[in-house]
Ligand binder design. Structure first.
Ligand SMILES: [Zn+2]
Length: 148
């Protein structure tokens, strides 16, 4: 499994090329869950009775802090059996996905569930348009581990 340091280096080098002011860091599981709960979309899914660990959310973007958060426990769950080359591509995939959230930020009207869903759709669509193979890879890995 890639180390946290290696994962951060992959994400940072991608962000650097975009010249955007986005930070990236790891959060311990409890803090990560706390951050996830700030997303109206994840909050809703959790309210439906799902366990956060089963949702396979490997990264979260904080609109307030312009920061991408990763969690080692979830990333390890998703990637530990995969070759390093694929692990690296997956990190690139989720980093790009979160960058699109940043780019689409000003299109978000409010913090409602509806806006969050729209933002998710918009980011996914842009991601697929510009990075089709990375977008598919991201989906494949998370889907393989979940069934919703
Ligand atoms: Zn997203």
């Amino acid at each position: 499994m890639l180390t946290e340091h290696e994962i951060l280096n992959i994400a940072k080098s991608i962000i650097k090329k975009t010249k955007l002011k986005i930070k990236v860091k790891f959060l311990a599981y409890e803090k990560f869950l706390e951050e996830a709960n700030k997303s109206p979309l994840i909050k809703k899914v959790l309210e439906e009775g799902n366990d956060f660990y089963d949702l396979n959310v490997p990264s979260i973007f904080s609109h307030k802090k312009d920061t991408i958060y990763f969690n080692k426990k979830i990333l390890t769950k998703l990637l530990h059996d995969e070759p390093f080359s694929l692990q690296k591509r997956f990190i690139a995939s989720i980093t790009h996905h979160e960058i699109f959230h940043f780019l689409n930020k000003n299109k978000m009207k409010d913090l409602s569930l509806k806006s969050a869903l729209k933002s998710e759709k918009r980011s996914e669509r842009d991601f697929k348009k510009y990075f089709p193979s990375l977008a598919i890879l991201g989906k494949t890995i998370t889907k393989k581990n979940t069934d919703f």
